[in-house]
Design a protein around this ligand. Structure first.
Ligand code: ARG
Length: 463
């Protein structure tokens, strides 16, 4: 006789229930209850298919359908009692269904297993998150395009090695991030498309002898098609790993921009002013306005990439097909998804609200000999001097200006001529930062006209 405390779902061959520690390590209901809606959607599709194929009666299917809706409303209203003894969301839902509708509940699990069930539920959950990420990215891209349009011709320093390199435009800098988040968007869409195959009906690992219709359940759940190999379908977590790696790359982009905002909002730079809505104060230093949102966004990449690494490690040694190790997939993905969505929304809010300080940007753009390359280019173009020689002459002029504590345009024509005979008055037309950026008309360059062309292209993409 079976011990009363043994599991009601699979207790047939067990004489005793689990040790408390076993229950604690085994249960996933504490976190997989987040997939309740997906679990019930999967069960509804499965039951309807079982009736359509004649595996169960229409009456049983109807009872199951109604019972599942009751369970869903109990979960949504918060009245559902989750039980750790029932291990996971799948068994919690099924046990409650049995309490509500009795015997027909026992027919729901025909031709399926928790292995294809959990793969299906998790895919549906991750798919929703890809959709949420797509929305978040589109909103962020739009905010950046708006910033770029407003400041298409604002000059600022462009950096390499965080040393002033050449003047660029604010719009150009904003559009650089549009390109990055645009690639993230295309990765999201790509991965979503690839993962959209239904594992349901793969059963435990080998498929089933029941005459099920996997096309039907796939379609009902919005999948493009059923998966083609049952062993793979129940043990594949590529979709979760792709989600985490796409999220990691995007979080890295968010972090780079966050880092720039931290630097730019400092008293030393003053390139941007962040809004009060996205800053915090200090409890001791009254003058402070801290870019906490940017700092936290910068930090998120750590946990998101950590989740990616953790799941990689969980999966790398698993023989086919399902192993319980795979239950460790969910918390990582849940946490990464929550934090990715939050970081996207916070970045969008910050970008929408921030003010580029046009004067500070322009003042910084002119410092640091940022138009030295323009001077060298002018000598090449007008005097036909080889670039290497022009580079040398310009270096000497920079040294002269530096020695006097002035900028390149402050040197006189005589100063210039003392280093290279051929230089004429015309040189001063290229030394200003406005001239410099306006001249960078190569496709994808920083000239305001190029920036506006990219803004127009993105506006069309965004619709
Ligand atoms: N809670 C399990 C998970 O998240 C469901 C699948 C259990 N399957 C099994 N054969 N024990 O992976």
């Amino acid at each position: 006789m079976t011990d009363k405390t043994s599991n009601q779902m699979w207790g047939g061959r067990f004489a005793a229930g689990p040790d408390a520690i076993m229950e604690a390590i085994n249960a996933s209901i504490g976190f997989d209850q987040r997939m309740a809606a997906q679990d019930i959607a999967g069960s509804r599709a499965h039951a309807a298919m079982l009736a359509a194929t004649g595996v169960i009666t229409d009456n049983d299917a109807e009872a199951i359908r109604e019972g599942l809706l009751t369970v869903l409303s109990e979960i949504e209203s918060g009245s559902f009692q989750f039980s750790t003894a029932l291990e996971d969301i799948h068994m919690n839902v099924e046990a409650r269904l049995k309490e509500i509708i009795g015997e027909p509940a026992g027919r729901l699990h025909t031709g399926r297993s928790r292995n294809d069930q959990v793969a299906t539920d998790f895919k549906l959950w991750v798919r929703d998150q890809f959709d949420a990420a797509e929305k978040g990215l589109l909103a962020l891209i739009k905010a950046l395009v708006d910033q770029a349009e407003a400041g298409a011709d604002w000059v600022m320093p462009g950096f390499t090695h965080l040393q002033t390199a050449q003047p660029v435009t604010w719009g150009h800098h904003m559009m650089a991030y549009v390109e990055m988040f645009g690639r993230d968007l295309s990765r999201v869409r790509d991965a979503r498309k690839r993962m959209n195959e239904s594992p349901l009906g793969s059963a435990a690992l080998a498929g089933t002898s029941f005459p099920i219709d996997r096309e039907m359940t796939a379609k009902a759940l919005g999948f493009d098609r059923p998966t083609a190999n049952s062993l793979d379908a129940v043990s594949d977590r590529d979709f979760a790993l792709e989600f985490l790696s796409v999220a990691s790359i995007c979080a890295m982009h968010l972090s780079r921009f966050a880092e720039e905002l931290v630097i730019w909002s400092s008293a030393q730079f003053r390139f941007v002013t962040l809004s009060d809505r996205f800053s915090t104060g200090s409890s001791i230093m009254p003058q402070k306005k801290n870019p906490d949102a940017a700092e936290l966004i910068r930090a998120k990449v750590g946990r998101i990439f950590g989740a990616n690494t953790a799941l990689m490690m969980v999966m790398k040694g698993l023989p086919l097909a399902y192993s319980k190790d795979m239950q460790e997939d969910k918390e990582q993905v849940f946490d990464a998804a929550d934090n990715w969505m939050l970081a996207l929304a916070a970045m969008e809010g910050m970008v929408k609200d921030m003010t580029g300080n046009r004067e500070s940007l322009a003042a910084a753009a002119g410092s640091g000999f940022s138009t030295a390359t323009d001077l060298a280019d002018w000598m090449v173009r007008v005097l036909k001097v080889p670039f290497r020689d022009a580079h040398h002459v310009t270096g000497a002029l920079v040294a002269m200006a530096e020695g006097r504590g002035v900028d390149l345009p402050d040197l006189s024509l005589e100063d210039m001529k003392s280093v290279h005979e051929g230089i004429t008055e015309d040189i001063f037309t290229v030394l200003g930062v406005e001239n410099s950026v306006n001249s960078r008309m190569s496709y994808g360059g920083t000239a305001p006209a190029q920036v506006r062309a990219q803004v127009a292209r993105w506006k069309e993409i965004l619709g």
